[in-house]
Design a protein around this ligand. Sequence first.
Ligand SMILES: NC(=O)c1ccc[n+]([C@@H]2O[C@H](COP(=O)([O-])OP(=O)(O)OC[C@H]3O[C@@H](n4cnc5c(N)ncnc54)[C@H](OP(=O)(O)O)[C@@H]3O)[C@@H](O)[C@H]2O)c1
Length: 256
Amino acid sequence: MGERPRVVVSVGASADGKVALARDALLMREPSSKLWAALSPKAADFVDVIEVLKAQYGCNAFLEGSGSLVAEDETPTDLPAYDGDADELYEHFLPADIVGQVSPPHMWFMVVDSRGRVRWTEKHENWDALVLVSRATPADYLAYLRRERICYLVTGDDHVDLPAAIAALGTEVGITCILSTAGGGLNGALLRAGLIDEVYVTVLPALIGGLGTPSVMDGTPLAAGEPATRLELLSVHTDSGGTVRLHYAVADRQSA
Ligand SMILES: NC(=O)c1ccc[n+]([C@@H]2O[C@H](COP(=O)([O-])OP(=O)(O)OC[C@H]3O[C@@H](n4cnc5c(N)ncnc54)[C@H](OP(=O)(O)O)[C@@H]3O)[C@@H](O)[C@H]2O)c1
């Protein structure tokens, strides 16, 4: 069996490690999008991490958590009820004509969404969505994805089994490198599952504060006596706008 895809996390954070302005203030929506953009004025020597990873690892897949697209207290629009045989929906949905596209130029936009909360309203040339769902995902949602011809992979019972999903993205879809641009919830879950190989933290010259505001890595706290994940610094880049990009490898994975 081949190796699982490489997982690289790229996250923009304030100097105090916050990745949003407040809980449920999604960066993809105004006014947060504008306020956040103002924290990192585009510098001429800005480096786009995805371009680096495309060149270095042939990276062709972004990973997001549902929390980047839907606030926790939001109620998604209703979907038509599915009245067919639900069992067949809980198979991966990976049509060959979509999965067989060549990269570059083809790219994947993947979202972990076991609760079926994301509604897909946009299409972009050379991009396909791929939803990571579980056996707890409502059948109505899986039927909706099939009607829209949006790929999905089913792993886990209550929530997505991240190790199994990442492995399946390699074996079933042929992905070799994944760039997680998620918030602290999904990145924290990837960390606890031992799935992160490299991290880029782009430190913005700002402080946000606020207990409960999403940070670079959230999720389950360490147990008493459990050690932190050690990193090896690979590079530091400071641009003329005052933004510092730190690039680390997860130390244990380096030698693997
Ligand atoms: N500054 C940045 O670079 C940056 C990047 C991305 C997002 N953000 C901001 O961060 C905020 C979102 O962060 P967040 O922490 O609320 O959301 P999040 O990172 O999207 O975390 C929630 C996601 O993690 C999944 N998840 C959590 N624990 C899991 C586990 N144990 N196993 C499998 N999946 C698990 C959830 O799955 P289910 O959906 O299946 O429950 C959900 O998809 C937003 O404000 C967003 O704008 C900032």
